[in-house]
Design a protein around this ligand. Sequence first.
Ligand code: G4P
Ligand code: MG
Length: 179
Amino acid sequence: MQNKKFYVSYNTVHKLVKKLAGELLATGYDPDVIVAIGSGGFIPARIIKTFINRPIYAVGISYYGLDNKHRDHPTKIQWIDEVQSQLVGKKVLLIDEVDDSRATLAYCVGELLKYEPEEIAVLVLHNKLKEKDVDFPVEIKRYFAGIEIPDLWIKYPWDAEDIEAHTAAEREMLSEMKE
Ligand code: G4P
Ligand code: MG
C-alpha cells in the first residue's frame, strides 16, 4: 500500500456505475440477479439497480474476518441461504467496489459457481493495475471495471467522516492530475 490516496466522491461513484451499467447492457448481457459483496459492494449495487432493476442479494466476505485481524484467506462473514436457490441457471451480476488483490472476488466467484448459475459477470468500480494474487476461474467471460488505476489506496466516500472535505479532496486531486 502506498501513502498516496485516490479520492472518490459519491458523484464519481454514481457516474462510474451508470457508465458500467451502459457498457454491460451494450454487450447484450441481461442479468437476472445482482449479488453485492459487502460491505464495499453495497452502495454500488444499489446505484446499479437504478439502471438495471433486478433484485439484490448480499453476501459478506472479508479478508480480515469479524475481529478485523488479518487472515490468510477470505472468509464468509454472512452468506444468505436464499442466494443458493436464487442463482441456479441464472445470469448473475456480481458487484464489488474494488479489484485489488482479487482474492476476495475470486473466492466469492468460486463459491457462487457451485450454485450453477448460467453465467457470472463481474463488475467493479476500480481495478488496480498490479500483479493479482489469484486469477478468476475460466467461467468468468465478462469483466467490467469503471476505471483502472495505479496501486494507490482508494478513499471511498462512505468511509469519509467529513464528506465536504472528502469531496473537496477529490476535486483538488483531479485538478492536480490535469496539471
Ligand atoms: P479484492 O478481491 O476485491 O481484490 O479484494 P482484496 O481481498 O484484495 O481486499 C481486501 C479488502 O481490502 C477488501 O475489503 C477490499 O474492499 C479492501 N480494499 C482493497 N483495496 C482498497 C482500497 O484501495 N481502498 C479501500 N477503501 N479498500 C480497499 P473487505 O475485507 O471486503 O471489507 P469491506 O471494506 O468491503 O467491508
Ligand atoms: Mg470489499
